[in-house]
Design a protein around this ligand. Structure first.
Ligand code: C2E
Ligand code: CA
Ligand code: CA
Length: 687
């Protein structure tokens, strides 16, 4: 029965297969350990094949010598390749220079080996009688004298083996159990084979050649480990790919919803400004000149008050309720969008076609529909809408400009009165541009000396000068004199009012310093905007200016408006009290136009009220005016001084005097004038 030799050829097959397989794998996985191990397996296959050939009986001595020489040459290649492989397999760093040294050394041995007749290990060789294995198989045996050159080879092989042991320990430390286990088993088998060789030599045993066995063990175990790792990594990769696929689908969903968000308003679900602009551009892009369209900007009046009073949650519900109403009313609209706050836009086709309607008619329907209260968050409120309309023309302004024009029309409607509508006119654009130009120019105006004060006298019943109001004027180099009614609101909107207000106070205090001593009972009134009063440092600013100009506080009167006092009654009350404690007078301007009642003034140490000029202008001069009469009566009861503004005629002045008013200001008495003119009057009055 033959067993031993076929087993060896089987081992050759296994190594060939393993080598080819791993080399093929290395083409996919670009890791050098695979390529090196594949090559190692092929060399091991060759080594085992030569070992098997060596053991085939009945070969001439020359052939045996040739096979032995070749086998040793292959071993000289196997050692450096194994060195590189173990270095890579055990994750050794900086192995290259050692690798070159090992390769160079074994190459030298290989060259020497090829030049020896019997190979490197022997000086002579002879064929021994065949060895009969227990099952009857015959195996060739040979022996010979060991040459001196054999020892460097054995020493080198042992050094590589010892180094491999050290690397194996390193693997165990790295907790790479699978790799360490395979390498340990190989080394154990290798050591056993070396030990067997030694013992066999000492005891002169005759037995089969086991030198190829450890290599076989190495190839089988390592290819098993590498294949397992490869499979594991493939599985990990597949799992990562799956996770990546899930992630990319999540990302796609997110992008999808972002895309939607970019075109949808989050509160109402209506299209937003971007979508509206696209729709307008699409209409403008159509080449049908007969197709007409209009854009309506619908502003929900009072939305901000609801938001402030009931909170944002209620505000959002109000918006949703309003958007439902709007969509219901605008069924033919091409687009109903929400812009910001309580502002919505409706884009409609105009003209005879069935899906069109008239902007004017729609605006009226919308206004009417608002008479039904809006229900939201357990509230029901009837709010109005203001509407700005612009007609979309082709060719015409682009979509953003159209929207801006509609916004200007809406602002004009709101300025006129809440709940009205306005169609865009080019003059609105001109006015808006002028406003922008004015805001820009206002920055420079003060430094350029374009702002100045005029003073309007106030007299008593006897015609004596008792005070004057400082009124600001802007001498614009291009637009001429600009009235404060135009630039004060701009200053308030742009925040410049604080600088302007301080300037007015400083100029007034400078004027008071030059006030003649005998005119010191004449007081100067300075207007204070609500925005100024709201600033936390307002009273500090007033104190600073008064101190800087060393003005007697009693000569100064600050005119505040009712609206400024009511929006935070406690804080404002404290500020008024502080001003009064400094000795500064406080007057309520435009009295009757705001919401303050005289009763609410009771708690404030105010000194004076000024009856608004609109009441004076509308009053009847033939019979006592009951409204003004009531104001004067209550003011008297509260011990307040009353000044009537806008007195233009003697008849008005006399009628006011008859119902008890004793201070007057207006064109009928004197127009606002320069300081030197006022001083001349003051001198005359005092004289
Ligand atoms: P106001 O405080 O009500 O000032 C009175 C306004 O009525 C002044 O207009 C004055 O010129 C005008 N006026 C006086 N008598 C008559 C009259 O008989 N008939 C008519 N039709 N008008 C008369 P002006 O100077 O244009 O000021 C307008 C508003 O600008 C002021 O109203 C005040 O609110 C504001 N203002 C003026 N100067 C300043 C200032 O320095 N600071 C602040 N914050 N506001 C100022
Ligand atoms: Ca005033
Ligand atoms: Ca006034």
């Amino acid at each position: 029965m033959v067993l031993w030799l076929p087993a060896q050829w089987l081992a050759v097959g296994i190594c060939l297969f393993a080598g080819a397989h791993v080399l093929q794998t290395s083409a996919v996985r670009h890791e050098p350990v695979y390529a090196v191990f594949g090559s190692l397996s092929l060399f091991v296959a060759l080594y085992i094949a030569l070992t098997a050939m060596l053991q085939m009986p009945a070969q001439p001595l020359e052939t045996v010598a040739w096979i032995e020489r070749t086998r040793l040459a292959v071993a000289c290649v196997i050692y450096p390749v194994a060195f590189v492989f173990i270095a890579l397999f055990t994750h050794m760093r900086d192995w290259r220079k050692w690798g070159y040294a090992v390769a160079a050394w074994f190459l030298t041995l290989l060259v020497v080996n090829l030049n020896q007749r019997w190979g490197l290990l022997r000086d002579s060789m002879r064929i021994d009688p065949v060895l009969r294995l227990p099952w009857g198989e015959q195996v060739a045996q040979f022996s010979g004298t060991v040459s001196d050159l054999a020892w460097p080879f054995f020493a080198s092989a042992l050094a590589v083996l010892a180094w491999s042991l050290w690397r194996c320990l390193a693997l165990w430390k790295m907790r790479e159990q699978a790799r360490a286990g395979a390498l340990s088993t190989y080394l154990a088998v290798q050591l056993l084979v070396v030990a067997y060789g030694q013992v066999a030599t000492v005891k002169s045993w005759r037995g089969p050649d086991f030198t190829a066995l450890p290599f076989l063990v190495l190839v089988v175990l390592v290819s098993h480990v590498l294949t397992k790792e490869w499979r594991q990594r493939s599985e990990d990769l597949a799992a990562s790919l799956d996770a990546l696929a899930v992630e990319s689908s999540i990302r796609e969903e997110a992008q999808d919803s972002l895309r939607k968000m970019a075109y949808r308003d989050a509160v109402t679900g209506l299209p937003n400004r971007n979508r509206l602009l696209e729709q307008i551009a699409a209409i403008q892009g159509q080449h049908d000149q007969r197709r007409k369209a209009a854009l309506l900007l619908v502003g929900l009046d009072g939305f901000h008050s609801v938001n402030d009073a009931l909170g944002h949650e209620a505000g959002d519900q109000l918006l949703r309720s309003f958007s439902d109403r709007l969509v219901e009313q605008c069924q033919h609209a091409m687009c109903v969008a929400r812009l910001e706050g309580g502002d919505f836009a409706v884009l409609i086709g105009e003209g005879p076609s069935s899906d069109a309607c008239d902007a004017d008619v729609l605006a009226r329907c919308l206004a009417e529909s608002m008479s039904r209260p809006l229900r939201f968050d357990a509230h029901a409120l009837a709010l109005g809408v203001s509407i700005g309309i612009v007609h979309v023309s082709q060719p015409g302004p682009d979509a953003p400009l159209l929207l801006q024009q509609a916004a200007l029309a809406l602002r004009s409607a709101r300025n006129r009165s809440r709940g009205s509508k306005s169609i865009f006119e080019p003059r609105m654009q001109t006015e808006a541009s002028r406003q922008i130009a004015l805001i820009r120019a206002l920055h420079e105006a003060m430094h350029a000396g374009q702002l100045g004060l005029l003073y309007q006298p106030q007299i008593d019943n006897q015609g004596h000068l008792i005070g004057a109001e400082a009124l600001m004027r802007w001498h614009h180099p291009e637009f001429g004199v600009i009235a404060p009614d135009e630039f004060i609101p701009l200053a308030e909107r742009s925040g410049l009012i604080h600088v302007l207000g301080r300037y007015a106070l400083e100029q007034s205090c400078a004027a008071l310093r030059s006030w003649p001593v005998d005119s010191r009972r004449v007081r100067l009134s300075v207007n204070v905007s609500a925005w100024q009063l709201r600033r936390a440092d307002f009273t500090d600013m007033v104190t600073d200016v008064i101190n800087a100009y060393s003005v007697t506080p009693g000569m100064l009167m600050l005119e505040l408006t009712e609206s400024a006092l009511i929006d935070d009654a406690t804080t404002m009350g404290n500020k008024v009290r502080l001003l009064r404690s400094l000795g500064i007078g406080v007057s309520i301007d435009d009295f009757g136009t705001g919401y303050a009642s005289l009763a609410s003034l009771k708690s404030l140490p105010v000194e004076e009220v000024k009856i608004d000029r609109s009441f004076v202008q509308d009053m009847s001069v033939s019979e006592p005016d009951r409204f003004i009469g009531a104001i004067i009566e209550l003011a008297r009861a509260l011990n307040l001084h009353v000044v009537a503004e806008g007195v233009e005629t003697d008849a008005q002045r006399e009628a006011l005097a008859r119902i008890g008013c004793n201070a007057f200001q207006g064109h009928g008495i004197a127009r606002p004038m320069e300081m030197n003119q006022l001083l001349a009057i003051a001198g005359g009055s005092a004289g």
